[in-house]
Design a binder for this molecule. Structure first.
Ligand SMILES: [Zn+2]
Length: 94
């Protein structure tokens, strides 16, 4: 999924990503709520954003000293790997 970036004039733009003239100068995805420096990877959408919030809410990044977005990405990759493995298993069976 591609990021859905907020543009100048969008109703959901906000001061922290705008310059004093109201022009959007920092990239920010309205879907996953990732900003500058975090947008190289594919957009994980609302689910990834909620997963990051859940990790933060329960301070799960503290145990491994790993940022929430890395942990959320890891968990999403685990789900993808499981899906691929079960598909391969089903292909093998039939
Ligand atoms: Zn995004």
């Amino acid at each position: 999924m591609k990021h859905d970036l907020i543009r100048t004039g969008d109703a959901d733009s906000f001061r922290q990503i705008e310059d004093p003239n109201g022009e959007v100068v920092l990239s920010y995805c309205r879907r996953c709520r990732m900003g500058e420096g975090e947008l190289e990877k594919e957009c994980g959408g609302e689910f990834e954003m909620e997963l990051r919030q859940l990790i933060n809410k329960h301070s799960k990044e503290n145990e491994s000293d790993t940022p929430d977005y890395i942990l959320a990405g890891y968990l999403l990759n685990c789900l993808d790997a499981f899906t691929r493995a079960t598909q391969r298993r089903d292909d093998y069976k039939y």
